[in-house]
Design a protein around this ligand. Structure first.
Ligand SMILES: Nc1ncnc2c1ncn2[C@@H]1O[C@H](COP(=O)(O)OP(=O)(O)OP(=O)(O)O)[C@@H](O)[C@H]1O
Ligand SMILES: [Mg+2]
Length: 305
């Protein structure tokens, strides 16, 4: 059975002022059907470059991407008809309303007047946009404009949705509306490729996560799989505490401006708590999270023993 998305040994170099900038190399991964797949990485790690190549807006140097078995080089039209995109940093036209944007997009896709109206109404309700859907975009807030771009993309009846930072600038309630919509699309059998810097969003939504660093894939797996790849299972935050050698035996530590973060094992927690003079209620103990995985894979090195 063909998979929704396959990237095979993809490579892309930009040329800028006579210099070469390697944006993606050895980029190989597969995304299974009906899943939310997140690409995470620091700024400039190559996520948008990948999205642009996979949606046939940018040509690769070598390697390929296949969407449901179709090759980006030879089957670009078919790929466009199966995909929908929220591009990073896109903006709506100032003198059209959100409702008009979605409606005209639907008409461009070939939908009938009635069908376009139904799809427009559906997505405006889905994303809770009715209260601003008839205002010209020039008069909307930044988040309302962003939500308009999400609405346009989600109105398309695609097989695979590329959402490049779809919730940037959205308030926490609106973000959750978008999460619910994305989840709904997955339940309908759609595949979603998501990039985000909100790691809580990636953790809440993703079936699989790929972490990218300097244009290469450093790890791919489920959230639990990624967590178990860390050498410690527990994080302990000691507010107001500075590092000293006595913490070295517990694992790895990182000094933050407001306290000490320890990566340790569950068995050591009691000893850490007992050895601290600060109030137990202020100490935060929990399992390692996606941000810990992210920092350990692509962030600054955590101080070791
Ligand atoms: N048009 C361009 N010309 C030259 N270099 C570019 C161009 N677009 C991107 N780059 C470079 O390619 C690299 C990857 O950029 P890309 O936009 O794919 O990163 P990203 O992971 O999407 O980052 P962000 O999280 O900030 O959106 C960066 O080093 C960037 O400076
Ligand atoms: Mg980007």
């Amino acid at each position: 059975m063909t998979v929704p998305l396959e990237s095979v040994d993809l490579r892309k170099t930009y040329r800028y002022k006579g210099r070469e900038n390697l944006a993606i190399s050895n980029f190989t991964f597969t995304v299974r059907r009906s899943m939310i797949f997140s690409l995470l990485g620091r700024n400039g790690s190559g996520k948008t470059t990948f999205v642009k190549i996979a949606t046939t807006q940018l040509e690769q140097d070598s390697g390929t991407v296949r969407v449901f078995g179709k090759d980006i080089k030879t089957d670009a039209d078919e790929i466009r008809s199966m995909t929908s995109l929220v591009p990073q940093e896109s903006r709506p036209f100032p003198h059209l309303t959100p409702r008009e944007h979605v409606y005209y997009y639907q008409r461009m896709l070939g939908n009938t007047r009635e069908g376009a109206k139904d799809s427009t109404d559906y997505v405006c309700i889905l994303l809770d946009m009715d209260y601003f859907a008839d205002k010209e975009c020039v008069n909307l807030s930044g988040g309302q404009k962003q939500l308009t771009m999400v609405a346009i993309s989600l109105s398309a009846d695609a097989q695979i949705y590329f959402l490049d930072e779809p919730t940037i600038g959205l308030d926490v309630i609106t973000r959750r509306k978008v999460w619910e919509a994305i989840q709904k699309f997955k339940e309908k059998g759609k595949t979603i490729i998501l990039t985000t810097h909100y790691l809580d969003e990636a953790a809440a939504l993703s079936d699989e996560i790929a972490i990218v660093s300097y244009g290469t894939l450093v790890r791919q797996g489920t959230l639990d799989g990624l967590r178990s790849a860390l050498s410690h299972d527990t994080r302990v935050f000691l507010p107001g505490v500075r590092y000293d050698q006595s913490y070295a035996k517990f694992g790895e530590s990182q000094e933050l401006p407001n306290g000490l973060l320890l990566y340790t094992d569950r068995e050591s927690v009691d000893e850490i708590l007992a050895g601290n003079m600060i109030s137990k209620s202020r100490i935060e103990v929990g399992p390692v999270g996606l941000d810990d995985v992210f920092i350990s894979l692509v962030g600054e090195q955590i101080e070791g023993e």
